[in-house]
Each structure stands twice: as structure tokens, then as C-alpha cells.
Design a protein around this ligand. Structure first.
Ligand code: SF4
Length: 400
């Protein structure tokens, strides 16, 4: 039987003393951590001077404290390299770091056959212990790379540094170079220690720069296709990239590589042969498009495949770029074929959603992409932001 009958639940919550709840939450932490956490939980009351409480946000990741934002290591290993299926990603660190970034983003992938490996469901780690923290972990890392190679024979192995690795100073890049020479496969490392940036965002940059330096441009094979593209900043969370790929196939556009949803090592290596880069997530990857334009002369445009209207607009943008009447015709035919089903669902849900409000709790540029979808069904977004900032906006928007 529940302690509080359901009918009394809402009034009981209202009667709770917010300051007491905050004190209770903070009491679970050690003193030093509690001091920091206290600034990040505020009681939503207007002060005597009509000031709203200011919540602390946008501060550096504190190693060991899991927050709504990932650490730099999580951004590098989990977000960008996580959706790539056939690179063995070894976390050099305590097992907790590996577990923390293990498929937490629901990325999906589709291997094309038995030769196309999928290591995404594995969690490779050196499982650092006290001994490695004191005497160094390079020996154990070498063993881990060797063991991964012996067991899986991958095309490439990458190594991710965690906080302890940065603190004790293991040279992961030297180990990578040595093992690359020894094994004859591409082995590369990332200095993506969790404490390295304000948030996981620094990890995206480290990952993208590493892939650009160590992989992009290694395979010059020119694939067939009149319109060859890369899609940057689409991570196939829940399988959305599969749907986008279906549309490209339908209109006769060849997808060389996605960074990094449903991707493989070979896709990255061949990505410099594309005619055009499409940028989906502006936050995590736009500078990669600029680097590819500078080095390989590939132009880029921004797209948005979140929502049917935005998708139609983006497909027309691609057709406009290539200025090919046949491609334009195929795009228009696809839109005409697919839209009626979308409109039927929209007409059904709109009367129920009209005039309602939404608060978005998503990452990066999705915060503004999703607002369009809510607008289409008559809803107003009152706050939209990344994990930390949203609390401030939400507080302001509901202040009496
Ligand atoms: S890298 Fe650092 S901040 Fe990230 S999970 Fe590991 S210990 Fe925590």
C-alpha cells in the first residue's frame, strides 16, 4: 500500500519545505562536494529585492560526479566514436568510465554482412587498478590492445584516456604508435580525459580532430554515383539515420559517410571523395566541414532532418545545390508521396495539442530543430536548451 494515498500526493508535495528537501539532498555528499552542489540546487522563490534565484551552471565537469552533461571522455568515446561499429574502442581507465559510456545513447547500427564487424555492444576497458595508478598503466594498455587484436582482428583500434590517465601521465599516443607498428592496423589514441573541458563538448572536438588526422583520406576509392554526400552530426540515436538513408537512396543520392551514426572505419577513410557535406548538428561538428573544405575542397550546407517539413526543405536544398532537373523531380515526387501520411497524423494530434506549452531538454542544435515540430502541432516552446541552462530558463518562465 502506498505511504501517501494517490489523491493526497500533489498537496503533500506542495507542503514539503523546499529548503529542507535541498538540505536532505545535499547531506548525502561529502563536505567539499556538498559545498559545490549547494550552488546547483536552488529554491524557486522571489527574494525581497524581486530577484530570481540564480542557479550555478556552465562550470567545468567535476571528475567523478555524473551530471546531466557527459564529461569530455564521454563526449569523445560515447558520442562521436560510440556509433561507429567496427573500431575497437578501448577505454584506458577504471571500469566505471567504460560502463558510464557504454551504449547510453541508444545508438544503432546495421552491419552489412558477416565480414562487417559490429563491436558496439562490447565494452572494452583496461580496468585500471591501484597498481596502475601508482606504477603506471602503459604496460596494461599494451596488453589490452594486443588482446583485442588477437581476439577480434579489427581494422582499427582506438584508445580513450580517462581522468586518472591524465593525472598519472601515461603516454597513450606512444603506446598507439608502437602497437600500430607492431600489429599493422591503424591504432590511434585520444587525450580526452574527463576533466579536460567544461563538458562533453570538448570531447566531440577531440574525437573529430582525431578521426580527421588518423582516418579521413586514407582510402581514395571513388564510388559510383552522380551525387555523393557526407552527413555530419547525425548519430543514429534510436535509428533515425536509417530513415534518412532510405530517403537518400530513394532520390539517388549516394551517402559516402555519416559522422558518425551507422558508420564504419571504411566510411570515414573514404569520406573525402564526397561532392558535398551536409551539416545536421551545428554544435558538435561544423568545424569538421570547414576542415574538409580547406583540405579537400568539399563545400557544405546546413540541413535539418528532424520533422517532415524540415526534411522536405533540406531535400530541396540538396537538389538546388546540385541543380540537376532529374534530382529535383525525384525529390518532389518523394515529398508528394510521403507527405499525406504525415499530414494525416498531424491533423489528428493538432486539436489535442493546440495552445499547449513544451519545455525541451535536448542537446546541441536539436533544441531549435524540435521547436519547429512542436509549432507544427500548435505548441509553444517556453524553454529550450542544454541540460544546465534549461533550469535557469525554466525558472524564469514560470516565476510568478
Ligand atoms: S573520465 Fe573522469 S569524469 Fe569521465 S567518467 Fe571517467 S572519472 Fe568520471
Amino acid at each position: 500500500m502506498p505511504l501517501i494515498p494517490e489523491k493526497d500526493l500533489s498537496s503533500t508535495i506542495l507542503e514539503l519545505d523546499a529548503a529542507e528537501v535541498k538540505a536532505e539532498l545535499i547531506s548525502k555528499y561529502p563536505t567539499k562536494v556538498a559545498r559545490k552542489r549547494a550552488k546547483q540546487i536552488v529554491v524557486n522563490e522571489v527574494g525581497p529585492d524581486s530577484c530570481v534565484p540564480e542557479i550555478q551552471s556552465n562550470v567545468r565537469t567535476i571528475p567523478g560526479i555524473i551530471s546531466q552533461r557527459g564529461c569530455t571522455y564521454a563526449g569523445c568515446k560515447g558520442v562521436v566514436l560510440g556509433p561507429t561499429r567496427d573500431i575497437v574502442n578501448i577505454t584506458h581507465g577504471p571500469i566505471g568510465c567504460g560502463f558510464y559510456s557504454w551504449l547510453t545513447r541508444r545508438n544503432q547500427t546495421r552491419a552489412t554482412g558477416p565480414e562487417d564487424h559490429n563491436f558496439m555492444t562490447y565494452c572494452f576497458s583496461t580496468d585500471m587498478q591501484d597498481e596502475q595508478i601508482i606504477f603506471g598503466g602503459e604496460k596494461k594498455l599494451r596488453q589490452a590492445v594486443q588482446e583485442a587484436y588477437d581476439l577480434f582482428k579489427p581494422k582499427a583500434i582506438s584508445i580513450f584516456s580517462t581522468c586518472p590517465v591524465g593525472l598519472i601521465g601515461d603516454d597513450v599516443h606512444a603506446v598507439a604508435r608502437e602497437m600500430k607498428e607492431k600489429l599493422g592496423v591503424n591504432v590511434f589514441a585520444f587525450s580526452c580525459e574527463g576533466y579536460k573541458g567544461v563538458s562533453q563538448s570538448a570531447g566531440h572536438h577531440i574525437a573529430n580532430n582525431g578521426i580527421f588526422t588518423h582516418v579521413v583520406g586514407l582510402d581514395d576509392t571513388v564510388k559510383e554515383g552522380k551525387f555523393k554526400i557526407n552527413l555530419l552530426g547525425e548519430y543514429n540515436i534510436g535509428g533515425d539515420a536509417f530513415e534518412i538513408e532510405r530517403l537518400f537512396e530513394d532520390i539517388g543520392v549516394t551517402l559516402i559517410s555519416t559522422f558518425s551514426g551507422n558508420s564504419s572505419y571504411d566510411h570515414f577513410a573514404n569520406s573525402h571523395t564526397a561532392d558535398l557535406n551536409l551539416i545536421m548538428c551545428h554544435r558538435s561538428i561544423n568545424y569538421v566541414a570547414e576542415m574538409m573544405e580547406t583540405k579537400f575542397g568539399i563545400p557544405w550546407i546546413k540541413v535539418n532532418f528532424i520533422g517532415a517539413e524540415a526534411t522536405a526543405k533540406s531535400l530541396r536544398k540538396i537538389a538546388d545545390y546540385f541543380a540537376d532537373p532529374e534530382l529535383t523531380e525525384r525529390v518532389e515526387a518523394l515529398i508528394a508521396r510521403e507527405m499525406p501520411a504525415v499530414e494525416a497524423v498531424r491533423d489528428e494530434v493538432k486539436p489535442r495539442c493546440d495552445g499547449k506549452t513544451a519545455m525541451l531538454f535536448v542537446g546541441g542544435s536539436r533544441a531549435h530543430h524540435y521547436q519547429d515540430i512542436f509549432r507544427e502541432i500548435g505548441m509553444e516552446t517556453i524553454a529550450a536548451s542544454d541540460a544546465d541552462i534549461i533550469f535557469e530558463q525554466a525558472l524564469e518562465s514560470i516565476q510568478p
